[in-house]
Design a protein around this ligand. Structure first.
Ligand code: UT7
Length: 316
């Protein structure tokens, strides 16, 4: 199988910033508790923006950055659990908005916080079967709309945002070598959908999900490194799903990853689920910390339960 590399990233976040102090006016919490337990200081919540505007904003930015035109796209996947409508999918609406070709697959993918990784793997498979060699993958969430404001254990965590990647598939490039997994569980992390008889609000058994995450991350790193036949030192940069700064720091400590080789932007955005990894990659690309020639190991984990890792490169 031919592999994909990133041609360009893009992102779009709502303007409105919600601070920990703002939340302390709404629920019984404190800046000290939120910062020390999660690393979160701010999150961005939609006011005028919508799921559709965030999605299109990030996708347009990625197309511009990559220099790829909409008619060159061979597949479009939107990873999300908060689309405005189940039908049409966010990806179909994006197809119309951007003028993507009509003869390509465009669909939404639901794998919660691992959604962007599931989508990268899927687009790599699809592009291998397509005459067009570029793909568009967006991770976007408007989690502020499904936040339970009666639950201080979760309402402080989530933010809205979108990140997008234009990827290229070329003969001779190695596969991203995705290692993905899931374990069906409807209690630990839940967002009810239609006909469930429950309001569509997020609930989470935080401590148990934390324990799952600290086991899932090493599983992903070990499997991905083994498949790629390389060691931790061969990786130029690590990007972890931004769910909790403590989870990221534990992984960094376990693998002796120096601080200049991993990234945390959870302080600014909170947990943005499927958007968190592409948001981080987009910022890192702008900062010049990842780019052509660099090998980035990306790890995601979350609801489903789902988890996954891959080694992502950037095209010259
Ligand atoms: O993105 C998908 C994957 N998600 C994750 O990986 C999230 C994993 N989980 C976590 O990040 C953490 O479990 C949380 C940040 C959600 C919670 O942190 P924790 O250290 O596990 O706290 P806890 O739920 O065990 O609560 C400890 C205490 C409790 O009080 P008592 O029972 O000890 O008196 C809570 O009631 O903290 C209390 N508490 C709060 N206090 C102030 C819970 N939420 C708050 C709050 N402010 N917002």
């Amino acid at each position: 199988m031919n592999g994909i590399k990133i041609r360009g990233m893009g992102r779009c976040v709502p303007d409105h910033v919600v601070t920990n102090a703002d939340l302390a006016k709404r629920v019984e919490t404190s800046d000290e508790w939120i910062t020390s337990r999660t690393g979160i200081q701010h999150r961005h919540h939609c006011t005028l923006e919508t799921h559709g505007t965030l999605c299109a904003g990030a996708a347009r930015a990625a197309l511009e950055r990559s220099g790829v035109s909409p008619d060159e796209i061979g597949a479009c996947i939107v990873a999300t659990v908060t689309a405005d409508t189940l039908v049409p999918s966010a990806a179909c609406l994006l197809q119309r908005e951007l003028g993507l070709p009509h003869d390509i697959p465009c669909f939404d993918l639901s794998a919660a916080c691992t959604g962007f990784l599931f989508a990268l793997h899927t687009v790599e498979c699809l592009l291998n079967a397509s005459p067009r060699k570029f793909g568009l993958v967006v991770g976007v969430e408007t989690l502020s709309r499904v936040t339970n404001w009666d639950d201080r254990g979760t309402c402080i965590l989530f933010g809205d945002g979108a990140g997008a990647a234009v990827v290229e598939c070329r003969e001779g490039w190695p596969s991203i070598g995705a290692e993905l997994g899931c374990h069906g569980d409807s209690r630990l992390l839940r967002l009810p959908g239609v006909e469930s008889g429950e309001r569509s609000l997020i609930s989470m058994e935080g401590t148990r999900v934390f324990k799952f995450a600290v086991e899932a991350v090493p599983w992903c790193i070990d499997r991905v490194l083994e498949k790629a036949g390389c060691a931790v030192e061969d990786v130029d940069f690590f990007v972890f799903h931004q769910a909790n700064a403590r989870i990221i720091d534990l992984a960094a400590r376990k693998y002796h990853i120096p601080s200049e080789k991993y990234y945390k932007n959870i302080g600014e955005y909170g947990n943005t689920s499927a958007a968190s990894i592409p948001l981080a990659l987009s910022e890192l690309e702008d900062l010049g910390r990842v780019g052509p020639g660099s090998r980035t190991l990306v790890v995601g984990f979350g609801g489903g339960l789902t988890w996954g890792g891959a080694i992502v490169g950037f095209a010259d």
